[in-house]
Write a protein of this length. Structure first.
Length: 227
C-alpha cells in the first residue's frame, strides 16, 4: 500500500497523486494556499458525474472563481478500466466526446450533440495515478482493506467476518489497478467532492449528492485568512 498518510478531516490533506494534467497548469493544495479549493473526483464512465456533480462544479467555478474559489477535477478509475482511461479523458477535455454508460444515459436524456457533452470543463483536469495491482492478493491486503472500510467488523459473528473476507478477496482479485488519489482520500465512489479551506485544511470528503456545497463554499470564501 502507498506509505503516504491518508486524508483526515480537520488536517492538512495529502497531495493529489496524478499521472499528469491534461488541461491547465499542474497544481496542488500548497500552491493554492489562500484560496478555497474544490476537487471533483469523477470517472469518465460515470453518468451521474456528468449529470450532476460536474455541472455543479462548472457553475461554482463560473460564479466564484473571481472571489477566491479554485476548482480542480481529477478523473479516477476503480472499475471499467477499459473505459476510464487517460485517452478517453483527453478526448473529453479536447472535444467533449463521451463514452460507455455516460454516452448512453446522456444521449437518452437529450444532453449530447453528436455524441459530445454540452458542457466544457473550464478548470484544470488531471488523471489519477493508477498503479498495477500486485498478484496474488495477500491476506494482509485483505485485512487492511477490511479495517479501512469496516472498522467495526469485530462486533459481528465469525461466519459474517469470513463471508466479508471472501467478498473482499474476490473484489481485490478483480482489480487491475488501484488509484492513488482515490485511496489517499479514502473515497467511496464517484462523484466525490474534496473541499479545502483557505488555510489548506481538509473540511469535507463527500461521496454522491452534496446539496449544501454552495453554501459552504460561500461561507469559506467570506472567511478571512488569519494574519
Amino acid at each position: 500500500m502507498n506509505p503516504v498518510s491518508k486524508a483526515k478531516i480537520g488536517c492538512l490533506p495529502p497531495d493529489l497523486s496524478v499521472s499528469g494534467w491534461v488541461q491547465g497548469e499542474a497544481t496542488n493544495f500548497e500552491k493554492l494556499a489562500g484560496r478555497v479549493v474544490l476537487v471533483e473526483m469523477f470517472q469518465v464512465n460515470c453518468p451521474g458525474c456528468f449529470l450532476y456533480s460536474l455541472p455543479q462544479a462548472i457553475d461554482l467555478h463560473q460564479r466564484y472563481a473571481d472571489q477566491g474559489l479554485a476548482v480542480l477535477a481529477v478523473a479516477t478509475a476503480f472499475e471499467d478500466f477499459d473505459k476510464n482511461t487517460l485517452q478517453n479523458l483527453v478526448s473529453l477535455t479536447e472535444t467533449g466526446q463521451l463514452i460507455g454508460e455516460t454516452l448512453r444515459v446522456l444521449t437518452e436524456q437529450g444532453q449530447t450533440r453528436n455524441g459530445r457533452w454540452r458542457y466544457r470543463l473550464p478548470f484544470p483536469v488531471a488523471m489519477d495515478r493508477l498503479v498495477k495491482m500486485e498478484k496474488p492478493v495477500t491476506d494482509q491486503a485483505v485485512e487492511q482493506f477490511i479495517q479501512q472500510k469496516l472498522p467495526d467488523i469485530a462486533a459481528h459473528s465469525s461466519d459474517y467476518r469470513q463471508q466479508i473476507r471472501r467478498r473482499v478477496l474476490n473484489y481485490l482479485q478483480s482489480l487491475e489497478f488501484r488509484a492513488e488519489t482515490f485511496e489517499r482520500f479514502d473515497l467511496q465512489g464517484t462523484p466525490s467532492h474534496v473541499l479545502v479551506d483557505k488555510q489548506g485544511i481538509l473540511l469535507a470528503c463527500r461521496f454522491g449528492a452534496f446539496p449544501e456545497l454552495e453554501s459552504l463554499v460561500r461561507q469559506l470564501i467570506a472567511d478571512p485568512v488569519p494574519a
